[in-house]
Ligand binder design. Structure first.
Ligand code: PEP
Ligand code: MN
Length: 339
């Protein structure tokens, strides 16, 4: 159930609705919108009667939410959500470019790549300090030393930084250093991690699980929002299919579907979808043409020496071309209504 308040509703009237919801043993979640507040009713055991709310002063309407994801759904919030990371705004009307190496390897490596991607037009820097690797014998990331390098990158370039948090034990640490926390594909349904992310004061970048349906992915975002953190950006990064010509299959249909179903921004990671450099540029162009709100791209100045994901990392000159091309596409398609 969503209780929609009048544009002119007072804080006291909103509080009265919250009290009625709580008296029913449910959780009230006020959602500020562009011009009015709505109040989501969560944790109700069964359907609630709209007449509980209609007629209360300041209430415009009370409508049932038909989707299993409630706070994530456009039924709850019709206007697009904008997420602020440092001075970068992610969401409708913006094309946010995040770029950097798969893993932070050294201060020199990170600062060199950051200098390149910033010059080309990246808004945010990415790089893993805690790496989820398939093999336990490969580079696992620099840990806290990597986070300190990320902070140095922010200090030097002014770009906000995004990095993965792999478990609840490291959450406080990553939250301390990073501007945005990434939950990776392998952790999309790690429910204790999602709940901790929901208590965070930082925006969260939630990647789609390796074989997750869009509904499962949106439910994972719901876990974060249900704990009170409404700053969630979704990231399509390819799903596992039968093909061998790419590491995963980029599901670009997720972009219009998510934009229709949810008010949250959605970006695309073509690098982990492709797994190889030669597909990254065409997939990036397609993602922006499909109205993604941004891209996350792996870039390395010496990919042949990279400690992880060198094969999919663009050379800085290739990223420069990518930026120019996707900005041109965004200027044609980004300002349009997606549907
Ligand atoms: C990453 O972005 O560093 C990463 C490991 O991606 P994914 O979780 O999509 O595999
Ligand atoms: Mn990677």
């Amino acid at each position: 159930m969503l209780v929609v308040m009048d544009v002119s509703a007072t804080p006291e009237q909103i509080e009265q609705v919250v009290n009625v919801i709580e008296a029913k043993g449910c959780t009230a979640r006020p959602i500020p919108g562009g011009d009015r507040v709505s109040i989501g009713v969560l944790n109700n055991a069964g359907p609630l009667d709209a007449s509980l709310f209609i007629g209360l002063p300041g209430v415009k309407d009370a409508v049932p939410i038909t989707k299993p994801y409630k706070l994530v759904s456009r039924e709850t919030k019709a206007d697009d959500t904008l997420i602020q990371v440092g001075d970068v705004v992610i969401g409708n009307g913006n094309l946010t470019l995040m770029a950097g190496p798969c893993a932070i390897e050294s201060e020199d490596q990170a600062l060199t790549i950051a200098g390149h991607v910033k010059k080309s037009g990246a808004h945010m820097f990415r790089g893993g300090a805690f790496k989820p690797r398939t093999s336990p014998y490969t580079f696992q990331g620099l840990g806290e030393a990597g986070l300190k390098i990320l902070a140095k990158v922010r200090e030097t370039t002014g770009m906000p930084v995004v990095t993965e948090v792999m478990d609840t034990q490291a959450f406080d640490l990553v939250e301390h250093y990073a501007d945005m926390l990434q939950i990776g594909t392998r952790n999309m349904q790690n429910f204790s991690l999602l709940k901790r992310a929901g208590e965070s004061f930082r925006p969260i970048l939630l990647k789609r699980g390796l074989a997750a349906t869009i509904e499962e992915w949106l439910m994972a975002a719901e876990y974060i929002m249900a704990q009170g953190n409404h700053q969630v950006v979704l990231c399509e990064r390819g799903v596992r299919t039968f093909v061998h010509h790419s590491r995963n299959t980029l599901d670009l249909s997720a972009v219009p579907v998510v934009r229709k179903e949810s008010h949250l921004p959605i970006i695309v990671d073509p690098s982990h979808a492709a797994g190889r450099r030669d597909q990254v540029l065409p997939l990036s162009r397609a993602a922006v043409a499909a109205n993604a709100h941004g891209l996350m791209v792996e870039v390395h100045h010496q990919p042949e020496k990279a400690l992880s994901d060198g094969a999919q990392s663009l050379y800085p000159e290739q990223f420069d071309i990518l930026c120019r091309q996707v900005k041109a596409i965004f200027n044609v398609s980004g300002g349009q209504e997606p549907f």
